[in-house]
Design a protein around this ligand. Structure first.
Ligand code: 4NP
Length: 151
């Protein structure tokens, strides 16, 4: 059985598409399925934000084929691990959990890098390109650790 990993942010156009693309590039996709979703419905069916596409391309990743979708309670059945970007995403995802098993699947992605510190991946949507570079570097570090765990 493939391990299934879901990356979640608010819009599913800036942070989680990068997390999806970065993790996919570091794992064997025969063994691990990676997807992403947003807690909101603001960008359902939208392409990733051009600033995420740019920073991905600068790192030799093409995330243009991704499309936005909204997180739903069914995702607890379809995924083994759910990584969220910030505490707001964490609360929104947990509010849809049906039991303890659902809740245990959810964690802040940067707790992989800084265990127990609850560091957030900041929402870069209202900022400039530098914010996307910072987000990329944070997610790259976290995804390296996640990929190593799933060798
Ligand atoms: P994301 O960024 O959660 O990293 O995809 C955002 C994208 C869109 C909005 C907020 C955050 N928005 O309000 O439309």
């Amino acid at each position: 059985m493939k391990t299934r990993i879901l990356m979640v942010c608010l819009g599913n156009i800036c942070r989680s598409p990068l997390a999806e693309g970065i993790l996919k590039s570091k794992v064997d996709e025969e063994k691990i399925f990676v997807d992403s979703a947003g807690t909101s419905n603001y960008h359902v069916d939208d392409c990733p934000d051009p600033r995420s596409v740019d920073i991905a391309r600068q790192n030799n990743l093409d995330i243009r084929s991704q499309r936005g979708r909204q997180f739903s309670a069914e995702d607890f059945d379809n995924f083994d691990r759910i990584y969220v970007m910030d505490m707001s995403n964490y609360q929104d995802v947990l509010s849809l959990a049906r039991n303890e098993q659902d809740k245990e699947k959810v964690s802040l992605i940067l707790n992989e890098v800084f265990p127990g510190e609850n560091v957030e991946v900041p929402d870069p949507y209202h900022g400039g390109a530098n914010g996307f570079k910072k987000v990329y570097d944070m997610l790259d570090e976290a995804c390296t650790i996640i990929a190593e765990k799933h060798q």
